[in-house]
Design a protein. Structure first.
Length: 207
């Protein structure tokens, strides 16, 4: 199971790198809202790159200090993306930024909440609600061409299943090594689906 986990993980690295390169090549033809998708995937690439470099190159195995930054950045970028797509007032984006910044200040400054997974779970639920509502709007408004429909659907699917995996993981008191690799392999497969939706969308993009 460990070998399968590593194989899927490195497949994800390859997919993510492909998405970044293709997205950078198509960046000029993206409108202002669509560019936020690239910003989100670029942030994720940055986090994954650091997580790869620190243990494999710098031999620093504990990268848990990045987790709060990842949660806050992911939350702000994705909520900002969907708030903009829904044409909601800009002050709601400010609220999103304040929540993300506040979480990092409380976590890094005061170590609260002690379990950052709680913030991750709440963040994922908010992202699910926003992406789901955006998806319903896009499906209803079939007359408008939405070039990132498959990406929105994949984001909704990824975070919905991730919350289920998150709950399942915390219901099991003691994870065996096989359980650990099974759960994280499933999550990496979901990531692969999300990256493939980005690749598919970027490949099909035209001026």
């Amino acid at each position: 199971m460990a070998d399968l986990y590593k194989a899927i993980l490195f497949l994800n690295y390859g997919l993510l790198l492909s998405v970044i390169l293709l997205g950078a090549a198509k960046y000029r033809i993206l409108n202002s809202k669509e560019k936020r998708y690239f910003h989100c995937i670029a942030f994720l690439f940055f986090i994954e790159l650091i997580n790869f470099v620190l243990p494999y190159v710098l031999r620093l195995n504990d990268t848990s200090f990045l987790y709060p930054f990842y949660i806050a950045g992911e939350f702000f970028l994705l909520t900002s993306l969907f708030i903009r797509k829904l044409n909601w007032p800009s002050y709601i984006q400010v609220i999103s930024a304040v929540l993300a910044a506040g979480f990092m200040i409380m976590k890094y400054g005061f170590n609260w909440p002690e379990n950052a997974d709680l913030a991750k779970g709440i963040s994922n639920i908010i992202i699910i609600c926003l992406s789901g509502y955006t998806l319903i709007r896009e499906i209803k408004n079939a007359s408008t061409q939405e070039r990132f429909l498959w990406v929105d659907a994949s984001i909704f699917f990824y975070y919905s299943v991730s919350v289920f995996i998150f709950i399942l993981q915390h219901q099991i008191a003691n994870l065996s090594e096989n359980d650990y690799y099974t759960i994280f392999s499933a999550n990496n497969i979901l990531s692969s689906i999300l990256y493939c939706s980005f690749l598919y969308t970027f490949i099909r993009l035209k001026k």
